[in-house]
Design a protein around this ligand. Structure first.
Ligand code: DQA
Length: 161
């Protein structure tokens, strides 16, 4: 099983950026934790980070027929990128969204995620553990083919508008 991990804009600055909100681990250190957990879970992870919306869209497209699922922190694009939302909808893969901070405790503009409704689930507020919890959840969804008794019906209907 292969998982694509995608990090959105400014996450390349983790470890230096707003450490009171995001902690002091660098992106590389978080990726090392993910790679370690992936080994434990018996899957492989590939990493991609970009500050550019189109590159993130291209990476999501490239996942079809290449990986089994996507773990994504869309960062600020979470709150307004219909292009990322449409890309997630377009691929027939389970996608889990993660945020290090609790976006619902922060500024009002962060309370909305336009991408979460087309993902199987969202983890928010556990620092680097959000990524680890998200990976566990995603691997579970892929293994079971189901999410908590409900099919993961990503992108299948207008009820997600
Ligand atoms: C973030 C939350 C976003 O609101 C913010 O723009 C980020 C990081 C998080 O991981 O907590 O860049 O996605």
């Amino acid at each position: 099983m292969k998982i694509q991990v995608i990090h959105g804009p400014n996450l390349n600055l983790l470890g230096r950026r707003e450490t009171e909100t995001y902690g002091t681990l660098t992106l590389r250190e978080i990726e090392a934790l993910l790679a370690h957990l992936a080994c434990e879970l018996g899957c492989r992870v590939e990493f991609f980070q970009s500050n550019h919306e189109g590159e993130l869209v291209d990476c999501i497209h490239s996942c079809q027929d290449r990986v089994d699922g996507i773990l994504i922190n869309p960062a600020a694009f979470t709150h307004y990128s219909y292009a990322l939302r449409d890309a997630i909808t377009a691929v027939d893969l389970p996608v889990v969204e993660v945020h290090m901070s609790n976006i619902y405790q922060r500024e009002a503009f962060r309370h909305q995620s336009v991408t979460a409704p087309v993902c199987c689930g969202q983890v928010s507020g556990f620092g680097e553990s959000s990524y680890l919890l998200g990976l566990r959840g995603l691997v579970g969804i892929i293994r079971d083919g189901k999410q908590q008794g409900f099919e993961c019906r990503k992108g299948k209907g207008s009820e997600r508008a």
